[in-house]
Every structure is written in C-alpha cells, then in structure tokens.
Design a protein. Structure first.
Length: 463
C-alpha cells in the first residue's frame, strides 16, 4: 500500500518506519522542516532504542521518506493521523492538531481513490466522527457507510516508550474501531504481516529483540469506533490505579516495618493480579498517564459518570511525589541552602521524553523550599530544559558533577547508567557533603552503598 503518516513524533516515526519495513511505500508528513530533514537523512527525530537503525534502513531501501507537503496524501491508500493531543487547563484534550490535520488532508484527498484515514493519536470518544465531519465539510467528499469515498477508523496505539519497536512488531493486541466493511478489509490487509509475523526472518539484526518473550500472535480486536477510542483511556487509567495502589502499600510498609518489594512480589503471584505495574516508585508520570487520566476524568464529569477510583489514584499519585520530598526533609530538616543532586529527568529509562514527569514536580518543590538542585539524565536534559527553562537548576554532564558538595542524591529514573556496575558511586560519595541517597526506584544495592559510606533509603523497604 501507499501510506501517509501525519506527524513525526513518537507514534508517527515508529508507525511510519515499521510499515515501511514491510515494503509499504510510506511518507511521513510534518510541518516542521527540520524534522523532515532529519528523517530524510535516515535519522530519528526522537530518541527511541533501535529507531535510528530502523529509519536508516527503510530510508536507504527507498520505502520511507518525509515531506512538509500535504499534497502527497493524494496518492495514499491509508493515512495515519499521529499528531499531538495535549491537555487543556480543565484536563480535556486539545484537538487543535487533529482538526488541523483533518483539514489539511481534506484539501488534497483524492476523490477518485478510496482512502482509509486512521486516528492513531489518543483521542476522546467521538473523534472518529469529528474527523469524518471535518473532511466531509472541507472536501465535499462523503464518508457514507460502505459506499463513501473515504472512511475514518480508530486504531489506538499501545506503544511503551523505550520498547516501542518491540511493541509495534510484537503487540499484545491490535484494536480496530470501524463501522465500514471496506475499511475493515483494508485494515486487516494492512496488519496482516504483523498479525501473522510474516517476513520477520528477513529483517535481520534491526528487528530481532532479545528481550522478546511473547509466544503467541497478537489478538485482532474489532469493535465500533467509540469503544475503540475508550479502550486506550481506560487501559492507561487502570494501570495508573495499579501503580498508585502499590505506592500507597509502600507507604504503609514503611509505617509497619514490612518490605514493599516482597509484598508486591507476593501479590503479583496471584494470576488475577499479575506482577506488571507493581513496581514501587515516586509515582506515575510522563506524556500518557497524566494526560489520559485527566481526559477520562474530564469526560466522566462532563457526562455525569464520574470515575471516583481514577480520581483517587490521581490524588494518591500527587501524594507520592510530595512524600518523596518529605523523606528528604525528614533527613535534612530545612532544605534552605541545601544542595540536592537529582538523577533522572525522564519518566522512565530509554527515552528522552521529559514531559509531565515526576522530576518536574519534585524539582520545582525542592527549589521552592530553597534548595540548590543539580540534575543529570542520559537523554532527557535538552527536553527538560526546553520545558522548564524557568527553573533555576544546574544541568550536569557527569554524575561526579552532580555529587559535588551535595547534601543528598535523589534517584528518580532507573537508567542503567546509574546502576552499581556503571556509575562511579564511590567517587560520588567522596565528593558529597552529606552522603545521603534516596532511591525512589529501589534500583540500587543498599549493602554496597552502605559499605561505601552512604546513608541509603529506598521506598517501602527497611535495612
């Protein structure tokens, strides 16, 4: 097929490169000429493990390209909308980018070619109808069921940043919200290789994932567009609830003297619960969970069906951010004039995404209490600086620099670079004024740090 992907962010870049790797001629369309230049040079506009290699391979093979020209949608059999959907102040989704993409598609849609337009962005219930209406009004073409000149389909993404390539090639499920039989036929054909995992052997070193353990083919789940749109939101909200719950358990464990790691592991052995998303942390954050839970809460309130469990999870999550600051305050007392080193600005390892992270809340809180904050992240410092240029913090290129005269080190993101075998913890200890470490991921070796002379604390654990 000929495929056009609108947007070159996390979803657009991964989706475009993946379908190109199956031989579909794919163009990524973006209004940013610099991102287009980077893609056409065979490089990824965002950091995602393996994506540079995948884009280089598909561009060199002549199946992937990028452009700022929306006229190229005329030749497309399938058009993915993969643009940003940020939150408005009330938590609802800002659909300005989706609306703009729909209008631009309408201006150049080919009336002599049946086209399937796919909402890949995370969008509120009803957006499939909204996009169809915008295109109909702007183009004069019809999206009439089974007879129209185009169809709009919901096909939410379920990509984990840091594991996006593995997720796109080995998904748990592919959800398609579609009411048009012709569009459904196109979608089944589009995903045939992924559903059957055809041709993976010829992809070689670029697309073999040592960590891949899934033994079954993905499930193709077909439903109506509104249900498809809601599946993404309620899935992320449920995971948010699960994380908030285990973090509340960790706080209780600290009061009772129990071990939160063992408690979570014991819970996870129950097949009805499972071990996923039971890792104690400073709270959930990032570009998806906060935005998606806010939208779900906003729509529930709007339609008189408030999701009180999700609301409680959101409140509990903010409490966990504050709890981490309180632990530092209990150890250092007043933070006025204290120097705090922070390791990790992204919401998880293996991504440069620093949007809406726990670091943004915690660092702002530390600064507000009078602390001098020095930070480090292997990939996320540039984005964090762009988003939070107002924060008077020091950006450090080495861990040793973070530790100079520090009264505390706060580990927020469990990058491999911060592990006991990679980081220079002994040197850091010698440079600190007060060798106190708060490990919010319980990722470090407490005994090894104790032997180096550190005063160590985790979350929900006792030593």
């Amino acid at each position: 097929m000929n495929i056009a992907v609108i947007g070159s962010g996390y979803v657009g870049s991964v989706t475009g490169a993946a379908f190109a790797s199956f031989g579909h001629r794919t163009v990524v369309i973006d209004i940013d000429p610099e991102k287009v230049r980077v893609l056409n040079a065979g490089q990824s506009p965002i950091y995602e493990p393996g994506l540079d290699e995948l884009i280089e391979y598909t561009v060199r093979s002549g199946v992937l390209s990028a452009s700022t020209d929306y006229k190229l949608v005329r030749d497309a059999d399938v058009i993915f909308i993969a643009v940003g959907t940020p939150s408005l102040p009330d938590g609802a989704v800002d659909l300005a980018y989706v609306d703009a993409a729909a209008s631009s598609i309408a201006a150049f849609l080919n009336p002599d070619r049946y086209t399937v337009i796919i909402n890949k962005s995370t969008v509120p219930v009803g957006t499939t109808d909204r996009v169809a209406s915008i295109i109909e009004q702007a183009s004069g073409l019809a999206a009439t069921l089974n007879t129209g000149q185009f169809s709009v389909v919901s096909n939410p993404e379920f990509l984990r940043e840091g594991y996006a390539l593995e997720d796109v090639y080995y998904p748990d499920r592919i959800v398609i919200g579609c009411s048009d039989s012709r569009a459904l036929t196109v979608m089944r054909s589009l995903y045939k290789d992924m559903l059957e995992q055809n041709g993976y052997d010829r992809m070689g070193e670029y697309f073999l994932f040592p960590s891949h353990t899934k033994s079954s083919s993905p499930v193709l789940f077909e439903t109506d567009p509104k249900s498809s749109e809601l599946i993404k939101y309620v899935s992320n909200a449920f995971l948010s609830v699960k994380i908030s719950y285990v973090n509340e358990v960790a706080r209780l464990c600290e009061k009772l003297g129990a071990n939160a790691l063992d408690v979570a592991a014991g819970m996870g052995l129950d097949s009805r619960i499972g071990p996923q998303f039971l890792q104690v942390s400073s709270g959930w954050s990032g570009s998806c969970f906060p935005k998606d839970t806010a939208e779900l809460l906003a729509v529930g309130k709007k339609y008189g069906a408030e999701l009180t469990v999700v609301k409680a999870a959101e409140q509990s999550n903010m409490r966990m951010h504050e709890y981490c600051v309180e632990k530092i305050m209990r150890r250092l007392k007043s933070l006025n004039g204290k120097r705090i080193g922070v390791l990790g600005l992204t919401f998880k390892p293996n991504t440069d995404d620093a949007r809406h992270t726990q670091a943004s809340f915690i660092i702002a809180r530390l600064v507000g209490l009078g602390a001098h904050v020095a930070v480090h992240d292997p990939k996320g410092m540039d984005m964090f600086r762009r988003l939070h240029g107002h924060l008077p913090i020091q950006y450090c290129h080495t861990l040793e620099e973070v530790a100079i005269h520090a009264d505390a080190i706060l580990l927020l993101t469990h990058w491999n670079e911060y592990g006991m075998g990679n980081a220079s913890w002994q040197t850091m200890q010698q440079r600190m004024r007060n060798p106190y470490v708060l490990d919010t991921r319980n990722a470090l070796d407490p005994l090894a740090l104790f032997e180096m002379g550190f005063d160590y604390e985790g979350l929900g654990v006792h030593f």
